[in-house]
Design a protein around this ligand. Structure first.
Ligand code: SF4
Ligand code: SF4
Length: 238
């Protein structure tokens, strides 16, 4: 019988005879394919819990491996190595080393949520992909993604000032991710804005860049909020 997802099996573990007749039945070629057994000892039995402690990974234990997520996946249609069902399977077994082999593509999930819509067990595979990507960043297996830098900058500003200044978030985000401050789309944005002449708004944005505004009496609130986030992270990830 043909083996689905044969590419996931090490080639040396696949046995197949080109010509084979068993009890008068011709089972040549893929009809006689067998997989040699293997013994795995490098699994982490707490890994499923680790991924559950990340936002989006909470329901990974519900998966019954139907494969609907992979079948519907936008990225799988582009690259059959992108396989949410398989990564959820590895997560449940605690096979971290196998997962790490795909570290360069797991983060490519585009959050279209087709998988989440179709999943019959409400696993929220999109969330699991994000949880896995964040776990890899936290472990230093992959570098922080631009979206993580953006999230951190966003949260940092809330802690400090109790509000968000778009221009500040963008400026710091560009710096952290090594991008030029003068981006083509920003220049175009500026040009279009000047056509409508929202002078007051532009002046306010400029002033806010120089003197970041703060929510009134925010200081202590920001500290408490930051402490709470820290405690939650420690409780979840140790
Ligand atoms: S669709 Fe849901 S239950 Fe099916 S394999 Fe994907 S995550 Fe698991
Ligand atoms: S959200 Fe990610 S994993 Fe889910 S279907 Fe879209 S690209 Fe695939």
């Amino acid at each position: 019988m043909a083996i689905h997802e044969k590419s996931l099996i090490e080639p040396e573990r696949l046995l197949q005879y080109d010509d084979l007749v068993v009890d008068g039945v011709d089972v040549s070629g893929h009809w006689n394919t067998m997989i040699t057994p293997r013994t795995l000892r490098d699994y982490d039995e707490d890994f499923e819990k680790t991924i559950q402690s990340y936002g989006g990974g909470e329901y990974v234990h519900r998966c019954w491996q139907c494969g609907s997520c992979t079948n519907s996946c936008t990225m799988y249609a582009q690259n059959t190595q992108f396989n949410p069902r398989y990564w959820i399977y590895l997560t449940r077994l605690g096979l971290k080393e196998e997962l790490i082999k795909d570290k360069d593509i797991i983060w490519q999930c585009v959050s279209c949520n087709k998988c989440t819509n179709i999943c019959p067990k409400d696993v929220r595979p999109e969330g699991v992909m994000k949880a896995l990507a964040h776990w890899m960043e936290d472990e230093g297996i992959t570098e922080k993604s631009p979206s993580t830098h953006f999230d951190e900058e966003f949260a940092d500003q809330i802690f400090k000032t109790g509000r968000i200044e778009d221009s500040h978030v963008l400026m710091h985000f560009f710096k952290k991710t090594g991008q030029p401050l003068m981006q083509g789309w920003l220049v175009e944005f500026g040009k279009r804005m000047t056509k409508g002449l929202p002078i007051a708004q532009m002046l306010r944005m400029g002033l806010n860049m120089l003197f970041p505004p703060k929510t009134k009496s925010w200081g202590r609130t920001g500290e408490v909020l930051q402490q709470y986030v820290r405690e939650q992270k420690e409780a979840a990830h140790g």
